[in-house]
Design a protein around this ligand. Structure first.
Ligand SMILES: Cc1cc2nc3c(=O)[nH]c(=O)nc-3n(C[C@H](O)[C@H](O)[C@H](O)COP(=O)(O)O)c2cc1C
Length: 173
């Protein structure tokens, strides 16, 4: 698919998933959008609320997003793992947008466990199989040891969309 349009959508509480998303959108030369919330998740109460929402599969209240996913050929969705579950802001995004999503790929960042559960929850919410999935530990992202696996993920995406170079969907905003 020549000139395939790709969007990277993600939520990040402490910056790890954001760092991966920024590397991905740079490598794919594509648009990106960070899911935002009005409230804060800082501190121990923010941590506990995040874990509770994720565990109970409660979507959070997210700000309206700018990019329309239906204008893209592929949407790459990224989330941190919270309590072996999908983060509540990404859950909210998928619930609001599942009918508009084209082909998808998933990535998550985590301390060490729960990626299979998260990808399973994302598959269920989206209702289709992802082209590829990537999980990276926060430790590997911090030390840049994640670079080879990230490159493999980018190659898999480019192969799946026919090596088309992505470009911004100019009328997406
Ligand atoms: C509420 C909460 C629950 C978490 N639960 C898990 C978990 O079940 N398994 C895991 O490997 N990491 C867990 N983590 C660690 C995060 O997934 C990891 O630090 C991630 O890279 C954070 O991404 P971010 O900086 O983009 O927010 C948890 C973090 C938070 C805040």
């Amino acid at each position: 698919m020549a000139n395939a349009r790709i969007l990277v959508v993600y939520y990040s509480r402490t910056g790890t998933t954001r760092k991966v998303a920024q590397s991905l959108s740079a490598a794919l030369s594509c648009d990106s959008e960070e899911i935002a919330e009005a409230g804060s998740r800082e501190g121990i109460f923010g941590y506990l609320r995040s874990a509770m929402e994720a565990r109970r599969q409660i979507p959070s209240r997210i700000a309206a997003t700018v990019r329309d996913p239906s204008l893209y050929d592929l949407v790459v969705i990224g989330t941190p793992v919270w309590a072996w579950s999908l983060s509540s802001p990404v859950r909210a995004y998928l619930l609001a947008n599942s009918s508009k999503l084209p082909a998808v790929a998933f990535f998550c960042t985590l301390g060490g466990a729960g990626s299979d559960q998260v990808f399973g929850q994302m598959r269920e919410l989206v209702g289709k199989q992802p082209l590829d999935c990537l999980s990276l530990t926060a430790r590997d992202v911090a030390s840049a040891n994640h670079a080879p696996r990230l490159a493999t993920f980018v190659e898999a995406i480019q192969r799946a969309i026919g090596n088309g170079r992505s470009s911004a969907a100019t009328n997406a905003a």
